[in-house]
Design a protein around this ligand. Structure first.
Ligand SMILES: C[S@@+](CC[C@H](N)C(=O)[O-])C[C@H]1O[C@@H](n2cnc3c(N)ncnc32)[C@H](O)[C@@H]1O
Length: 275
């Protein structure tokens, strides 16, 4: 199944068709719903950074899979010192170069692009919803290794993924990896988890089933109602209700245990004077 996924081609086609939040976000949902998903991603990213005691002020940032530049805009507002964005698509790099002429954008596959090509290290290496689209295990290992190489000693590695109990492929272009999968990969590279911040419990439709009855029932409701959710009226109202429920009740209680998106914050503990 995974053999049919050609990342560069897939993303070039997808972003050429829709260079907006539905292109990089959840394709099955409408624009308004995706706005709510992204709003929540930002709120939880900011909360997570606060809990790790990390400020973005004056930092150099490397973003992998910058897509339509949603986080480029966020980082721009944080008084960062420097930003570099890498994306596998030409369309992302061309559009973002026009929008942010003072930043550096590179068209490359992170699985094949490391320190030997960029010759520079960063305070923060960041990838939102990208690593689970690197489905081949060898490429995933190379991508993480390259990202860590490009990180300064004591630098912060921030990625989002679903972290189900066990690593699972849910489609040709998605492989969701477990915490232990990440920790094994990162541990070898002297990078250790410092914080996990849940992003959603119920706002984003369940990306994977579990042995839990209620979770699977919820997943099935989403499966049946997919087409309805794209109706304008539902797209405008449903996310408002679910976002509130998620933020106030479900995410604080179940966000860490349910298989839905989370931010992983990890620190590189390499004893190295290279910076
Ligand atoms: C789901 S989108 C997320 C985009 C952006 N991070 C966001 O959250 O809005 C995945 C992005 O990663 C890029 N991408 C996928 N595989 C990649 C790879 N191997 N190397 C670099 N970028 C990649 C895609 O082109 C796309 O822009």
């Amino acid at each position: 199944m995974t053999q049919t996924y050609q990342p560069q081609r897939y993303w070039e086609e997808r972003l050429t068709k829709t260079f907006d939040l539905t292109g990089v976000g959840h394709r099955g949902l409408g624009v308004q719903y995706n706005r709510y998903l992204y709003k929540r991603r930002l709120e939880t990213l900011t909360a997570g950074l606060g809990k790790t005691g990390c400020t973005l002020d004056g930092k150099s940032i490397l973003e992998i899979g910058c897509g339509t530049g949603f986080y480029t805009k966020y980082f721009t507002k944080q008084n960062i010192m420097k930003y570099t964005g890498i994306d596998i698509t030409r369309i992302s790099v061309a559009n973002l170069k026009k929008q942010y002429p003072s930043y550096n954008f590179i068209c490359a596959d992170i699985a094949q692009f490391g320190l030997s090509k960029l010759h520079e290290r960063f305070d923060i290496v960041f990838a939102a919803d990208v690593l689970f689209h690197i489905v081949e295990e060898r490429s995933f290992q190379n991508a993480v290794q390259n990202m860590i190489e490009l990180l300064k000693p004591d630098g912060l590695f921030i990625v989002s993924d679903v972290f189900p109990e066990n690593t699972v492929s849910t489609s040709a272009h998605v492989c969701l990896r477990s915490f232990s999968h990440y920790e094994q990969t990162l541990g070898v590279l002297q990078v250790h988890r410092i914080h996990i911040e849940p992003i959603f419990a119920i706002l984003q439709p369940p990306p994977v089933k579990t042995p839990t009855f209620w979770w699977n029932l919820y997943a099935n409701i989403w499966r049946i109602e997919r087409r309805v959710v794209r109706l304008n009226i539902i797209d405008q109202t449903l996310p408002i209700i679910l976002e509130w429920l998620d933020r106030v009740f479900f995410c604080p209680r179940y966000g860490l245990v349910l298989p839905n998106s989370k931010w992983l914050f990890a620190r590189k503990h390499e004893k190295n004077t290279w910076s």
